[in-house]
Design a protein around this ligand. Structure first.
Ligand code: NIG
Ligand code: FE
Length: 411
């Protein structure tokens, strides 16, 4: 597998830096109309206007003025799961709410049952199917959460599936792993939420850490799921153990999750459909990345998060798919760009930063991916035309010509 690559005659479009871009910085991109990118042994070794001396052992591609972007970083997915829930989708189309389906034992609980029954290989094959689809749309790094086991062995199995994918030398994406044992209170602990949190803090977090299975810890902080106090107790313990902390915050109702994220200086707060003004301010002050998931709002038929206001308030905003079997069974990057630009009023440049450098920062990886800069991994996307404006303009159609992972051309 050759990890030495030269892309020439490229319109190079990329945010710059090794941390998230905030507010007005999100629209500032480097734009080199005719440039060259050299990748050596998987890492970027040259970016600029002058063609480096071509050397033996490099694949050379003339992209003829087409746009080259950093590989897309999808920083919020639940891509390892058993079963599907198409019936629930139809119930929701007929007016039933997401939470009422969950309250009567469906929703997340339905996927927990199916995931507990699934084998390791079934879970892995299914996750790989989604990864293949997303890779063709330009995704080179994806986050994956546990949270469909809610018991020791199934939670570990979900994380081990992701580890197995990451260990494949021919993998199409890297998976950043997140422990989401606090996705719901399992039936076995009904009415004993504090005991379940004790189990997560005392048993699961140390075990997952010891086995090196997850980088981050997340919680579904929502009315009827985990309260602010419960979420806080879990996340403080996780942070002390060295996890990056994340929250599903203010998704269904305005609940104070964004404010808590700011207080705890979380890596990210995600969803935020109902984040308050105080919450937006707290995220900005706490350096929290506001991760917006418009495909979920779209499929739940809910109003979009106030992305424009968050950017204008100076927040660092990321975009991600939320691919999962319930609220959003879509990993569509083209549709994500369209919704962000059409309905949330992102500029194309802001949307690119949100899905590259800021997505990387939401996974604590902005020093190694998320922009086209010397020293970072050679994770790149070549579009099939010479302007990035096609990203929303080809509405929900794929404009990716090549996806490149650590210097290897995948398609
Ligand atoms: O991000 N809201 C919580 N978790 C997921 C949905 C999980 C599911 O419905 O299976 C979300 O929307
Ligand atoms: Fe989610």
């Amino acid at each position: 597998m050759n990890r030495n690559l030269i892309l020439k005659n490229a319109r190079i479009v990329t945010p710059m830096g090794r941390t998230a871009r905030c507010g007005a910085e999100m629209k500032r991109l480097l734009d080199i109309p005719r440039g060259t990118i050299e990748v050596t042994d998987g890492r970027i070794t040259y970016v600029g206007e002058n063609l480096p001396d071509t050397r033996d052992g490099y694949d050379v591609i003339d992209v003829r003025g087409n746009v080259v972007l950093p590989g897309f970083v999808d920083s919020h997915t639940h891509l390892v799961f058993g079963g599907y829930r198409p019936d629930e989708f139809v119930w929701r189309m007929n007016g039933e709410s997401y939470m009422s389906i969950m309250e009567r034992g469906g929703g997340i609980f339905s996927t927990v049952r199916a995931t507990r029954e699934a084998s390791f290989d079934e879970l892995k094959q299914k996750a790989e199917w989604f990864i293949n689809v997303m890779s063709r749309m330009g995704v080179t790094t994806v986050e994956g959460k546990s949270g469909y086991g809610l018991d020791r062995d199934t939670e570990l199995m979900q994380l081990e599936v992701m580890r197995a994918i990451n260990q494949d030398p021919c993998r199409k994406v890297d998976i950043a792993t997140t422990f989401l044992g606090a996705h719901a209170v399992p039936r076995e602990y009904a009415g004993r939420t504090d005991e379940y949190i004790d189990f997560l803090i005392n048993d699961m977090l140390p075990l997952v850490k010891q086995r090196g299975l997850a980088e981050n810890c997340d919680v579904f902080c929502e009315k009827g799921v985990f309260t602010i106090g419960e979420s806080k107790r879990l996340l403080i313990a996780a942070k002390e153990m060295g996890y990056g902390i994340k929250l599903h915050a203010d998704e269904i109702v305005s609940f104070g999750g964004a404010t808590l994220a700011g207080e705890l200086r979380a890596l990210s707060a995600d969803h935020l459909l109902h984040a308050s003004d105080t919450g937006i301010q707290a995220m900005k002050e706490g350096g929290v990345i506001a991760t917006l998931l418009p495909l979920t709002a779209f499929t739940l038929r809910e109003p979009y998060a106030r992305g424009r206001e968050m950017i204008d308030s100076g927040c660092a905003v990321a975009l991600a798919t939320d691919l999962n079997p319930g609220s959003c069974c879509s990993g569509s990057i083209p549709l994500l760009f369209a919704l962000a630009c059409i309905y949330m009023r992102f500029s194309v440049e802001e949307a690119i930063t949100a899905l590259t450098l800021n997505g990387a920062a939401a996974l604590n990886k902005a020093d190694s991916i998320g922009s086209i800069e010397v020293g970072k991994w050679g994770d790149l996307v070549v579009l099939d035309t010479d302007t990035p404006n096609v990203l929303p303009y080809y509405t929900a159609m794929n404009s990716v010509q090549h996806t490149i992972k650590r210097g290897v051309i995948l398609k």
